[in-house]
Design a protein around this ligand. Structure first.
Ligand code: KIV
Length: 260
């Protein structure tokens, strides 16, 4: 699945994207028919135990992207550029993007920012690496502005979206953007919009895997929990622990064959 093929989905049927950070869950995502996987820097929150995404390193994203690449066969792997990997200079940004592709196995990279990051997007796409933009709520710099509140500055959002497209991005994430403004941006741009908490008009939707699966007690209000895997996992582990304590597991009769 190439970036070009994703771009050509613009205006056609809505398509789903999910994050994944390791081989087994990437396999589940692909088996569900989802052919675009984002190795998000949300790995910091949902896998690595950080409160925010800023501590996530380029090495971490490369490591998790490699695992996702091993777990998939044909899905498009989009890798997030973590905080600090693209802000300093165009050269730095390009070097980081090349590492994500060459070492990680990413098919494209995503970075946060609008007009202020257009130069970086141009530098990376100029070297032949497809880029996804990301505007609205940008968690890497949420501390600077209105945090995680819905973005409603129409003119600024439209200007950012246009700048990202003109700079050469093949798609753009709209995170927690007012639904009406998202609709307007989706109509204005010729590249797909990928919504998260930004309404049903976007060309695609993306959600964090752990929110979809209900791994933690709380998830953002815009996310839908399609399972309660956190409590399922706890129950399974409680049963295992109890069976060991009660002498129920392992059973008395030895199992002869070994699982290969
Ligand atoms: O890191 C991430 O998972 C993301 C999505 C929330 C869009 O950037």
């Amino acid at each position: 699945m190439t970036a070009g093929a994703i771009k050509r989905r613009k205006g056609k049927a809505h398509f789903p994207i999910a994050t994944a950070y390791d081989a087994p869950f990437a396999q589940f995502v692909e088996a569900a028919g989802i052919d675009v996987v984002l190795v998000g820097d949300s790995v910091g929150n949902v896998v690595l135990g950080f409160d925010e995404t800023t501590p996530v390193t380029l090495e971490s994203i490369i490591y998790h992207t490699q695992a996702v690449a091993r777990g998939t066969t044909r899905a498009h792997i989009m890798a997030d550029m973590p905080f600090g990997s693209y802000q300093v200079s165009n050269e730095d940004a390009l070097r980081s993007a090349i590492r994500l592709v060459k070492e990680g196995g990413a098919c494209s990279v995503k970075l946060e920012g609008g007009r202020d990051q257009a130069e970086r997007i141009r530098a990376i796409t100029g070297a032949g690496i497809p880029v996804v933009g990301h505007i609205g709520v940008t968690p890497q710099t949420a501390g600077l502005g209105p945090g995680f509140k819905m973005r409603t500055h129409r003119d600024r959002l439209i200007d950012d979206a246009r700048s990202v497209e003109v700079a050469g991005a093949y798609a753009i994430v709209l995170e927690v953007v007012d639904y009406e403004i998202s609709r307007e941006i989706t109509e204005l741009l010729s590249i797909p919009t990928i919504g998260i908490g930004s309404g049903p008009q976007c060309d695609a939707q993306v959600l964090v895997l752990h929110d979809i699966l209900g791994m933690y007690p709380h998830s953002p209000s815009f996310a839908k929990r399609y399972a309660e895997m956190g409590s399922l996992a706890t129950k399974a582990l409680q049963t295992y622990a109890q069976e060991v304590r009660d002498g129920v597991f392992p059973p008395a009769m030895q199992v002869a064959e070994r699982v290969p």
